[in-house]
Each structure stands twice: as C-alpha cells, then as structure tokens.
Design a protein around this ligand. Sequence first.
Ligand SMILES: [Zn+2]
Length: 503
Amino acid sequence: MRATDFDLVISGGSVYDGGGGEGFRADIGLSGDRIRAVGDLSAAVAGRTIDATGLVVCPGFIDPHTHCHVDVDRGVLHCDNLLRQGITTVIAGNCGGSGWPVAEHLAKVEQEGFKSNYAMLVGHHTVRRIVMEDADSPWPTLEQTTAMQEMVRQGLEEGALGVTVGYAQRRETFEEIVAFTRPAAAAGTIYASHIRSEDRGLLQAVAEAIEVAYHTGIAVQISHLKTNGPANWDKLDLALEMIEGAAAMGLDVAADRYPYTGWHGGSTNIMTPWCYEEARKRGGREHLKDPDIIEHFRREVDDLLDGFGGPERLMFTSLSEPDPEIDGRTVAELMALWDVEPIEVALEIERRNEDHRIGAVGFTMSEDNLRRILAHPLVMIGTDAHLEVFGRTATHPRNYGTYPRVLGRYVREEGLMTLGEAIRKMTSMPAERYGLRQRGRLRPGCFADVVVFDPATVIDNATFADAHQYPTGIPHVIVNGQVAVGNGVTAPEHFGRVLRREE
Ligand SMILES: [Zn+2]
C-alpha cells in the first residue's frame, strides 16, 4: 500500500486564498498543521478527504476584536459560538481590558485548551488599575507612567500582539495614551482603540486616535467604528474622510466593525448610571425621595433618550433570571404599559436591577452607515464578542452570527462587496495588521486554518430576541490541520494554540 501524500485533502471547492481575489477551482492538501499544496490533487492519496464540491474553501477567520480574556479569567473557555462561525483565531484584550500578567494568562489558555487560536493585547485600563491603585490623583505621575510603560514592554515580551485603550473612566489624557502606546510603537505593534466617544464627540475622538499614530508611528485600529445616535449619523462622511486622509499621508490607520445596528450592555451603565452611582455612594435609596434629585435624574434620562433617538430605541433584556414583564420591551412600551414617564421607567428598572441583572439593547445606529462602514476598504470584520455558554441569558447576536451574517446578508443578498473582498476583511487583512505572518492565507507553508462554507446558504440565525442560535451553511472548520467542526459537528478536542508575538 502506498503511503499517504496528505493527511487531509479538501477537494473540488472554490478556493479563495484570502488576498481579495475571486475563487478558483482547486484541491488543497494538508499534512500536520500546515497547508502543503493547492492545485489538482486528484492523483494524491489522502488519509481523509472532505468533498467541497459547490462550497467555498478559504482561510479560517481571524477575529481582531473579542473580549474572550474576560471569559478565560472566569473559567469559561470551551464554548463554540465563535468557532462555529468559522473563527479560527481570536484576538482578546480589547476596549482597554486584558488578562494580566500576560504570560500567566496565556499559560492558562494553553493548559485548559481553546477551540480557536488565541492571542491577546495589553489593556491600558488593566495596567492602569494596578499602577494607580493607591494613587491620590486620577492622573499618573511621571513615575507611574514609566511603570505602565514597563508593563507594556513586559506584556509584549510575554507574547501580547499590541496594546488596547478603552477610555473606561474618560480620565485618560491624550498625553497618557501617547506615553502608554510608545513602547508598543517601538516594538512595531498595534494600538486598538475603543475611541473616547462614539456619539457627540465622535469626530474629535477619531482625530485623537489618528493623532496617536501621528505622534508615535504606531498602527492604530479604531475598534467597532460606529456613529451612535441619530444626531450623529451625518458625521460618518467626515469620520471616513479623516481616516482616508490619515492613510493618504502614510499613517497606518484602519478599523473594524460588527454587522449589527444595535448594541447590548448592562442597564446600570446605560439608563441610570447617575442613579446607580448615587445609590452606591450613599449606601441606600433614601435620596430618591428628594424631589431635587429626582428632577436632576429626569433631565438626565430625557437627555439620554433624546441622544438615542427616542424611547422606542432602548429595549431591556434579562441578564440573570427572566423578567417577563420587561424582557424584550422598549422604554416606550413600558411607558405605555405602566402609564408613566421615562424617569419612572428608569427608576423601576434600577430598582429591579438590585434583584436580578437587567441588560439593555440600543438600536441607535444607522443601517446605511453600517453598510458604508462594512464595505470600506480600510474596515475589517470583528465580532466584539464573548464566549457564550449555549442558551445562558440574553446576549448580543454577534456572538453567534457576525461572520455568516456578513457573508449571507451583506454579500449574497445585498451585494455590498464581492465575496473575495469580504473574505479578505476576515482573513489576510487582520493577519497582516496583527503580525500573524503564517495565517490568514490559503497557500502552501501557511498554518492549516481553513473554513468550508456554502455560499448559497450561509447565514446567521441569532437575533436580539434569541441570540443562542448557531449559523447555517458552515459545515467544516479546520484548526491547525485538525477537523474542529466536521459536517456541522464540533469535535470535543481543543485544537487552538496560543499565538505569541513574532519578533
Ligand atoms: Zn469597545
């Protein structure tokens, strides 16, 4: 008997190599963890064959924007909501947060196993909290700044791919961000920014992100680029012009985006942050009987809903046990149901939040702008996702549906961009930007991360009402040469690896 030429051959598919071009008919041969051949392999002997006739074969998707480090830190590692979308590499540590120390965090991932490959950035907020723990001032001293820079260097040495800032407390000065990113710039890495404002201050925030590139030379990734709130929808032209202008003058600026116009978050941080903070500071709710304070909250809530574009754009979901009276209802619907003003809805939600956690979904983004952002050549696809225990509590549909939604809804149904371009935004573009040199392409020598999907049927099934739905039309996902999803069934093993920065 002849020895096998390849461990696995994926035969007869339409191969998209990730570079942006259209597909060509070819077989691909994998052995060990690598792609060994692309071409006519009909004469080869394979250990196993996957028939991809009528299907697209492309590099595994590289998700530049996840929050998986939070899941790892709380011991949730083995969910397959990302893998089933075709995501073979996740980049964790975003919006300013990350695991720390990097070496320990990555060792944990290695020990416990992960379904996709795993890489991480160093979070500014994470580092800042450690350095500033006992600080008197909200701003770092020169010494504290130096300490943060030293931690960035350490994190990069331990394998982080770059740094991330999230403006969690909005105290960070421009100077602090520049100082924080300098060591990452010196190492030739990337800075991912959840920019200072995504609504009223959007244009200043885009300018600030670009100025970091201007001052340090670092590659800047604007995370989940959006125009939040109808009053800010017309700012997209200028925002894109600024990004294009920066790129034209040689600065390395790009962005990512998820294909949804709604966001999802905890209501304590959204509808009644002042109320919540006051109650926490005062250790009770007595002050809510004070008409002056209520009047102040009323103005805040009205102002907030104005910014969202009206009370029908904010919907509640349960984050712990279900609350049938409010789950899936908007502020407008609750106002009608209870015959009350927005402030009373806010106070009632805040009160219920003490018993069980309530989340909010805001439909405050523009579909037209979403299309323009997704199609822009400097924008790649990213989920902004978490690992999800199947069926547990309300969550954002992007956790299950981001990549199939772009491929099915925006490419096949709406023709927003070519399939080759969409695949580039999911593969080689993030790979190059984040320094993953041997991934994101289907060519001999690269790591064998491969997705096989049906271009005629691929689609997301997750919705805001029921997010725990796997997509349709992605039968096979290969991670490091191993069949991680075969015929729609996830393997129990963990084939992902930790990806550390390559010097
Ligand atoms: Zn963010």
